[in-house]
Design a protein around this ligand. Structure first.
Ligand SMILES: Nc1ncnc2c1ncn2[C@@H]1O[C@H](COP(=O)(O)OP(=O)(O)OP(=O)(O)O)[C@@H](O)[C@H]1O
Ligand SMILES: [Mg+2]
Length: 412
């Protein structure tokens, strides 16, 4: 979490049309107070764009508050964001405003917003709708004047379809959309960035700062799964470890070779497949999430996937327009959060209707109805015989489970 007042506009290096377009859109939306969603793979400059928006907004003299959503401690998320009233809980001696209030008059940047728990997403939605926050334990809501910019490397639309991100929150946030391309798709920008880093980095003060011409094809051939951040690190190491007056192609190749443990399958020989399978043990995942978590490019991931798909360890699923992967033979219910929530409602409340599920998931009744029908098709729920809006769904206890006594008691 960090706050910085009076932010100067950050400097972007690059001329490729996709980057220039993204910055143009960011500046256009910056003048309004509309929320903005910035997407792109890791290290592509999402935070830099958020700072760019702030610096071009009427709020530039106000605070820029960064909230690192994945690293908010689970039990303190609400306190961090919304603050608390005096005596709200043991240890809350004095009242304290949260990060949202801290951003008053400025910009709140929620980094990796997709990692916020669903319950917190609901509270965030209310703040966005009403422009007010309620500290924990307080009775009144406080008005705040805050502009929200969020970033996500995951596709939030896909997360909505999977039930991991509230649909209503998505519609409240996605007014301005800025998408950053991966570095490998930015052509000659890679060379511009490398040269710029060598000549302007404080970290390299007093070191070799030029780039030899033979470095260009090496830079263009690499995949850069870690994008601009990876390029900065590789250039730093090449500048430090090389021997000539300027950084050569051979210097860069040497750094990339030494970094092979981070590198993908064709080089690491099967290790990626093993990591992939271990990762899928935790549940069903989309390709983009997999590539990010495993720290490899999509093309390397595809190569590893084709091996495990061919030998039947992993299977491919088509969920709407999204392609996802899971260990072959895994049951759906264990891996679809929407299904998990529906089953939890049935376990706690005896039955579930589409209205109840829609409310719990923050989706339309039509979507909830589709989820319930799919669960019936898959033999997880059965209809209670009523029709229309009041149609209810009950759990099915399989004969095997009933015999083993493993399934929870369900009262209809
Ligand atoms: N076009 C650019 N010109 C100059 N520097 C850049 C550019 N894009 C990114 N950077 C630099 O690359 C690094 C990574 O950028 P940033 O932290 O904004 O990426 P990110 O997309 O938020 O990454 P992550 O997904 O890992 O949080 C930073 O040091 C940033 O200054
Ligand atoms: Mg970031």
């Amino acid at each position: 979490m960090s706050t910085s007042p009076h932010s100067a506009a950050p400097r972007f290096v690059g001329r490729c049309p996709e980057l220039l377009d993204a910055l143009r859109v960011a500046r256009r939306f910056a003048r309004t107070d509309a929320p903005i969603v910035i997407t792109g793979p890791t290290g592509t400059g999402k935070e830099l764009v958020a700072r760019h928006v702030h610096a071009h907004s009427r709020r530039r003299r106000g605070p820029f508050v960064v909230v690192d959503c994945p690293n908010l401690p689970a039990n303190l998320v609400e306190d961090e964001l919304f603050g608390h009233a005096r005596g709200a809980f043991t240890g809350a001696g004095a009242a304290r405003g949260g990060l949202i209030e801290e951003a008053s008059g400025g910009t709140l940047f929620l980094d990796e917003v997709g990692e916020l728990p669903l319950e917190m997403q609901a509270k965030l939605l209310r703040f966005l709708q009403e422009g007010t926050v309620k500290r924990i334990g307080a009775t009144e809501r406080v008005r705040v004047d805050v502009r929200v910019v969020v970033a996500s490397w995951r596709d939030l639309g896909e997360m909505v379809r999977d039930g991991r991100f509230r649909e209503d929150l998505y519609h409240r946030l996605a007014w301005g959309l800025v998408e950053l391309p991966p570095l490998r798709d930015r052509g000659h920008d890679i060379v511009l960035l490398a040269k710029d880093f060598l000549s302007t980095s404080d970290k390299l003060a007093g070191c070799r700062t030029g780039l030899k011409r033979d470095a260009v094809p090496v830079l263009l051939a690499h995949d850069w799964p870690g994008n601009v951040r990876e390029l900065q690190r590789v250039m730093f190491r090449a500048a430090m470890l090389g021997t000539g007056r300027r950084v050569s192609g051979a210097d860069i190749v040497r750094v990339l070779e030494r970094d092979r443990p981070l590198a993908p399958p064709s080089i690491a020989g099967g290790a990626l497949e093993e990591r992939l399978i271990r990762h899928l043990e935790a549940g069903e995942v989309g390709a983009r999430d997999l590539a990010h978590t495993l720290g490899v490019s999509r093309s390397h991931l595809q190569r590893a996937l084709s091996t495990v798909l061919a030998d039947g360890t992993v299977e491919k699923l088509h969920r709407g327009s999204a392609t996802r992967y899971r260990l072959a033979g895994t049951k759906d219910s264990a891996h679809c959060p929407r299904w998990d929530l529906a089953l939890a409602l049935v376990a706690n409340e005896g039955r579930v209707t589409r209205g109840r599920l829609a409310e719990a998931l923050g989706v339309s009744e039509r979507t909830a109805s589709r989820v319930l029908r799919a669960m019936v098709d898959d033999g997880l729920l059965e209809s209670d015989g009523r029709s229309g809006r009041h149609a209810g769904y009950l759990a099915i206890t399989s004969e095997d489970e009933a015999k083993d006594g493993e399934s929870p008691e369900v009262q209809a």
